[in-house]
Design a protein around this ligand. Structure first.
Ligand code: TYM
Length: 343
């Protein structure tokens, strides 16, 4: 029996190299070894303001990205979260065992809402501004990690391959599984997370102290998977570097380390070989080769995306939902039965 993996991406913002290297690339490598379920988490995407036409387009775009990256719908189940309503229903059940304190510490919530309950009472936040912010934050954004826990727990997931910004959320899924099992009897499997060593946290090109992000303000933060060759060259040229000129992979050179991580993951060339190749050369040579490495990856990838029709993609997604739904229904009914619902 193969172990089961589950992961997902939100159809919001532009997918970037961080999403590919931190998540999708590892999924491709795992699909032979694991029973794989990959979801386009559209219910998560509406926790921030969204345009219906954009949501529709992005949902298909993410699915096409999965397929163009090498995820094979014959091996892995690909589906849209809202096509399996059990996700939202289990989220509600889990809401009743989760505590506010589980959620207020979530880094992603703090980042997206700009609201940090732990800062209450600190000199920098007046009571008035705290209350105003609290009142304006969306309930869905706060509850987001519970829906993610539902995604994972519905399928008895063993392994959740993600970038390291999602570890805290997977940890919550583990906590909720244990809490539910203690209260109502053994129901949910406690999942493990899995991150890639070098791709787990691809940093912003404009600021190596912050992760590359879909919602970054500067266009120079991320290489989008849809960027054309000229844009890639411009962004890599502008990418910040550290002091010095040697191409070395060191913790005290975080900007360079990040660029070398991108290079090794896309080219397959070991880090040590990259360092040797550029011995005696400077950042200029390394950066212009890196831009070409990225372009050599993106160009055929974008061609594959363009060759996938909306109809064919939707067919694959519907088929995927049909395949996984019985698993979700059975698990949801098991949980409801344990909680005392009439089934
Ligand atoms: P999302 O859509 O923000 O990101 C999708 C995946 O990309 C990874 N990632 C990164 N990896 C490395 N470096 C980066 N700079 C970087 N930025 C993003 C994320 O870690 C993630 O793996 N809540 C999730 C989606 C989700 C989910 C799930 C994931 C919903 N339900 C169930 C796993 C299992 C999210 O917002 O990912």
């Amino acid at each position: 029996m193969k172990q089961r993996i589950f992961s997902g991406i939100q159809p919001s913002g532009d997918l970037h190299l961080g999403n590919y290297l931190g998540a999708i690339k590892q999924w491709v490598g795992l699909q032979d070894e694991y029973e794989s379920i990959f979801c386009v988490v559209d219910l998560h995407a509406i926790t921030v303001s969204q345009d219906p036409a954009v949501l529709r387009r992005k949902t298909l775009e993410i699915a096409k990205t999965y397929i163009a990256s090498g995820i094979d719908p014959a091996k892995a189940s690909l589906f849209v979260q809202s096509h399996v309503p059990e996700h939202a229903e289990l989220c509600w059940l889990l809401n009743t065992i989760a505590r506010n304190g589980d959620l207020t510490k979530m880094t992603q919530f703090k980042d997206k809402s700009g609201f940090d309950i732990e800062a209450e009472g600190s000199e920098s936040v007046s009571a008035q501004s705290f209350k105003e912010r609290f009142n304006s934050v969306g309930v869905g954004l706060f509850d987001y990690p519970i829906l993610m826990a539902a995604d994972i727990l519905l399928y008895d997931t063993q392994v959740v391959p993600v970038g390291d910004d999602q570890l805290q959320h997977v940890e919550l899924a583990r906590t909720l599984a244990r809490r539910f099992n203690e209260r109502f009897g053994e129901t949910f499997r406690v999942p493990q997370s899995r991150v890639m060593e070098e791709g787990a946290r691809i940093m912003g090109l404009d600021d190596p102290t912050r992760k590359m992000s879909k919602s970054a303000e500067s266009q120079y933060n991320a290489i989008a998977l849809s960027d054309d060759a000229e844009t890639v060259r411009r962004k890599i040229k502008k990418a910040v570097t550290d002091s010095g000129s040697e191409i070395v992979y060191q913790d005290d050179k975080p900007a360079l380390k990040n660029l070398i991580n991108i290079s090794t993951l896309l080219s397959g060339m070991p880090i040590h070989d990259i360092e040797s190749k550029y011995q005696g050369k400077g950042y200029g040579d390394f950066k212009s080769d890196l831009a070409e490495t990225i372009i050599a990856f993106l160009t055929p990838f974008q061609e594959r995306i363009a060759s996938l029709s909306d109809e064919e993609t939707l067919r694959i997604l519907r088929e995927g939902a049909e395949r996984v739904r019985p698993i979700a229904t059975a698990k949801l009914n098991e949980a409801k039965g344990k909680m005392g619902f009439l089934i």
